[in-house]
Design a protein around this ligand. Structure first.
Ligand code: HEC
Length: 138
């Protein structure tokens, strides 16, 4: 009778320890995986960006609603502009793809938050804005 109780007690203690240990380890691993997945850097060649285009893009963004959901350095409703710049190579294909996305809106590349569509933007202006965002690449 005494033995049975003891084994039961040891069993409980062991599972409690394992439980605590596994709790302790989990958050660290999850955080690591999140940052790796979040930016998903795409390899590619970077074209040079004319300063006047980047400057114009910055002004267009300031006059639009972009900063209600985006910040330059920090994730907000949408991804930080610097994180977008880290992910995409600077070239025509990605600039046009992202400009199209800004106009039609959408979600799924960075999570489940939705970007509102911007049908009032011309494709040219959207491309200029995206060029500014990608110019934040370090
Ligand atoms: C209502 C909030 C909101 C506004 C306003 C907004 N965005 Fe976004 N934006 C988001 C969200 C959320 C995402 C992430 C979408 C995704 O995960 O696919 C995003 C993603 C992006 C991306 C990356 C798209 C991709 O597929 O990687 C670019 C570029 C971008 N926004 C530019 C802009 C510009 C330029 C403006 C202003 C004209 C703007 N956004 C306004 C919420 C917003």
């Amino acid at each position: 009778m005494f033995r049975k109780k003891n084994t039961l007690l040891i069993g409980c203690l062991l599972s409690a320890t394992f439980y605590l240990l596994s709790c302790d380890n989990k958050p660290k691993q999850e955080n690591k995986r999140k940052t790796i997945d979040y930016i998903k850097q795409i390899p590619g060649i970077n074209d040079s960006i004319p300063v006047e285009v980047a400057d114009k893009g910055e002004v267009l963004i300031a006059y639009s609603d972009c900063y209600t959901c985006h910040k330059e350095d920090q994730r907000s409703v949408g991804p930080a502009f610097r994180d977008i710049a880290k992910r995409y190579p600077v070239n025509k294909v990605y600039i046009e793809m992202l400009a199209h996305k800004v106009i039609i809106g959408g979600r799924g590349s960075w999570g489940s938050a939705v970007m509102d569509p911007h049908p009032e933007l011309s494709f040219e202006d959207a491309k200029t804005m995206v060029t500014y965002i990608l110019s934040l690449k370090k």
